[in-house]
Design a protein around this ligand. Structure first.
Ligand code: PLP
Length: 360
């Protein structure tokens, strides 16, 4: 069977070797004679799986001792509410608006407090990431909120905003594990797993311990303190997604050899695609060069009919899910960790052929 090259923005491609290992272990995990899916989350066997998953994540990301790792559910989107519920004091938050995912976070924050958009690239269709300096941070804000990689527009931060001592909260859904990250630069990092960590159903929160406060007024399931005190086992965690995430982390550690190596591969993939886009007469990448994402690459021909034809023909040739997000149109190739270099090379060859046929 020839598998397709899946450029989906999420859920997205997973290392084939990881899928193969999961398939091999499907019916009988380590001689337990059952699937991980069927196991009690309180069993010794499962306890080893979740512990190993956390330990690998801590090693790979070099997470300091004073940060907790939480395995939650509800998607990255639930964090748009859990973060303000748990972290707000003055009920004022500064946000840098870089697109749809910060807009959704703003909308949820507004149900609970005040939001000050301290910078925004909305007027330029979110084609760049604004530069924020210390003097722009409000004195009375509880934290500063950013989205590190903007999945829909293909932009990413190339700097860490200085926050004048305020906690920095960042949505890493579409870039976690794509390269080394200095966790200490942030106070809370969160990510839905379905882009770079494994299947959907799991949301990872990496939070500095001193931000975790007793919140008796909150529903238990929405309290970081309760999840932290129970080692993400307050209720049944998404057991199979955590197991799959563990296999992805194992692959990153043992086969790729860590996030420095992953970064090299990701930069190589992105360069192949951007170099071609910069030389193409047909396709164009609409993003400010300095702010280009190495995970999501957007491009357009400038002609909607031609965009449609490209997406259709690409699909016939085994390159799927290249349609841009409905809010921006055009095309988007998400080239997460799981996308092999070969997939990007073949896509570029296909784009060159398409250009020869259709550029007039
Ligand atoms: C996909 C994505 C989300 C939403 O994730 P869900 O798990 O579907 O809630 C949030 N932020 C970013 C940056 C994303 O890429």
């Amino acid at each position: 069977m020839n598998r397709v090259y899946n450029f989906s923005a999420g859920p997205s491609c997973i290392f084939e070797a990881v899928l193969q290992k999961a398939a091999n272990q499907m019916l009988n995990y380590q001689d337990s004679k059952m699937s991980v899916m069927e196991m009690s989350h309180r069993s010794k066997t499962y306890e080893a799986i979740i512990k190993e998953c956390e330990a690998r994540l801590r090693r790979l990301m070099n997470i300091p001792e004073n940060y907790k790792v939480l395995f939650l559910q509800g998607g990255a989107s639930l964090q748009f509410s859990m973060i303000p519920m748990n972290l707000m004091k003055n009920k004022k938050v500064d946000v840098i608006n870089t697109g749809q995912w910060t807009k959704k976070a703003i909308a949820e924050h507004l149900k609970l407090g005040e939001v000050k958009v301290i910078a925004s690239s909305q007027a330029d269709n979110f084609s760049y990431v604004p530069k924020v300096t210390k003097d722009m941070i409000s004195d009375d804000c509880d934290y500063v909120y950013i989205c590190e990689n903007n999945t829909i527009y293909g932009t990413a931060y190339n700097y860490v905003p200085e926050t004048n001592g305020k906690p920095l909260v960042a949505d890493f859904s579409s870039c976690i594990l794509s390269k080394p990250c200095n966790v200490k630069d942030f106070d809370l990092i969160f990510a839905g797993a379905q882009k770079n960590m494994g299947p959907a159903g799991l949301t990872v929160v990496i939070i500095k311990e001193d931000l975790i406060k007793e919140k008796p007024e909150l529903p238990s399931m929405l309290s970081y303190k309760i999840h932290a005190d129970n080692n993400s086992m307050y209720n049944t965690p998404p057991t199979y997604s955590i197991y799959m995430c563990g296999l992805v982390l194992e692959y990153l550690e043992e086969t790729i050899g860590g996030l420095e190596n992953m970064q090299k591969i990701n930069e190589q993939k992105a360069k192949i695609l951007y170099d071609y886009l910069d030389s193409s007469k047909l396709f164009n990448n609409p993003v400010n060069k300095e702010d280009r994402s190495i995970m999501n690459v957007t491009f357009v021909t400038g002609n909607e009919e031609l965009d449609k034809l490209f997406i259709l023909e690409a699909e016939k040739n085994g390159f799927v899910n290249l349609k841009g997000h409905r809010s921006v149109g055009g095309m988007r190739a998400s080239i997460y960790n799981g996308m092999p270099i070969e997939g990007v090379e073949k896509l570029v060859s296909f784009m060159k052929e398409f250009e020869e046929k259709h550029y007039v």
